[in-house]
Design a protein around this ligand. Structure first.
Ligand code: HEC
Length: 349
């Protein structure tokens, strides 16, 4: 009795909202129908949250899935089709990647990364972006509402991505599997771990997908959200987005002793190291960073010093001094350790 009363008032409210600002808040150009059918009827029942799970990552290893490897095609990496509704993978790298997504039939691209999506390039290929940046620590209630609303109200199939398509993107896709496909919790966390490769470092992402209550269709419909194609961050988070791209370029080139790669003419180790050193130097002075504890500043300063050492060694290497390779490797390794150490303390939990 109480439940049905709540449901009908929920529907009444959302009818009022959608007739008032329906065009503004709709994901598509087509306004929603004035009298939508009860939302619950259109979506599958959501598997209830799992209880008493000590480690959702460990549980994700228990339901054995057939072995699958991610595909690597046209600037899409770690690409998986998880269902008729959902694909998961890396940040689309250049125009061919968007062409490929359109060819696969994808209609909506959901980015959960901090970088501003290439929304214009996507639109050129008929793809609608929705930007819902999430963190590595887990999914907040607002983020879950934004994701659930996007999956329920924008056009399927969806391509969910972060930067590498391994951790945050697959967690968002798993939310889609719960709300659109009615998949089991054990199944979707197994897909994160066994297929997409979400690391054990991100227990928060596993935990929330396994154990959080997902928004009901009424809750996501009544949630006010305008499906932004791009959100931008200033400050430290933006600096991290830049740092991650430059570090990724160095990681690729380190395997070739930091020499230029004809297969990736757009990336240059020396330029990347210069930009890393500059970005860490600037980020270290941001007002939002000043009050951080001493170990945080230690890792920031360490990163700045190692990035500068890497830059200087690469400059010598570029000038023909082969003895600079060892110090360059050492600085790169130290820099990479600082990322992991600081993240373990301040980003991942
Ligand atoms: C001194 C600590 C520290 C160091 C060093 C550091 N990070 Fe971060 N990083 C953070 C914190 C804190 C966040 C979360 C920021 C936020 O969401 O506001 C973050 C976020 C990120 C993100 C997520 C950005 C997004 O999409 O929201 C990436 C990627 C990242 N860092 C990569 C790196 C890499 C690669 C390195 C090393 C070259 C590095 N970081 C070094 C503290 C650090």
């Amino acid at each position: 009795m109480r439940l049905s009363a709540r449901t009908s008032s929920g529907i009444a409210l959302s009818v009022a909202v959608s007739t008032f600002v329906g065009v503004l808040l709709s994901c598509s150009a087509v306004p929603p129908p004035a009298l939508p059918e009860p939302a619950a009827a259109r979506f599958p029942a959501i598997a209830p949250p799992l209880a008493n799970v000590a480690s959702a990552y460990v549980l994700a290893g228990q339901r054995a899935l057939p072995v699958r490897k991610g595909e690597d095609v046209h600037g899409l990496h770690n690409l998986f089709q998880l269902s008729a509704n959902l694909w998961s993978g890396s940040e689309p790298d250049g125009e061919p990647a968007f062409e490929e997504l359109a060819r696969l039939g994808v209609k909506t691209v959901v980015s959960v990364d901090g970088k501003r999506p290439e929304a214009e390039l996507a639109a050129k290929h008929g793809l609608r972006y929705v930007h819902v940046p999430i963190e590595y620590k887990g999914l907040t209630d607002d983020e879950l509402l934004q994701l659930a609303k996007t999956f329920r109200e924008c056009e399927a199939p969806f391509y969910s991505h972060c930067f590498h398509g391994k951790h945050r993107g697959p967690a968002a896709a798993a939310v889609g599997r719960l709300v659109l496909d009615g998949a089991a919790r054990e199944q979707v966390i197994a897909e994160m771990r066994q297929w997409c490769g979400t690391a054990s470092d991100y227990e928060g992402l596993y935990r929330d997908v396994a154990m959080k209550r997902m928004p009901t269709p009424e809750e996501s419909r009544d949630y006010v959200f305008d499906f932004p194609v791009q959100r931008s961050f200033g400050g430290f988070r933006e600096a991290m987005v830049v740092v991650a791209r430059r570090h990724d370029a160095l990681k690729k080139l380190e395997k070739r002793d930091f020499a230029l790669d004809p297969a990736h003419p757009d990336i240059d180790a020396l330029e990347s190291a210069k930009q890393l050193a500059d970005t860490f130097a600037t980020a270290g002075t941001l007002a939002e960073v000043v009050d951080r504890p001493a170990d945080f500043h230690g890792w920031m300063e360490g990163s700045m010093v190692e990035a500068a050492a890497l830059r200087d060694a690469l400059q010598r290497l570029r000038a023909g001094d082969a003895t600079a390779l060892a110090p360059a490797r050492k600085a790169y390794a130290a820099l990479t350790r600082a990322c992991a150490d600081c993240h373990a303390q301040y980003r991942n939990y």
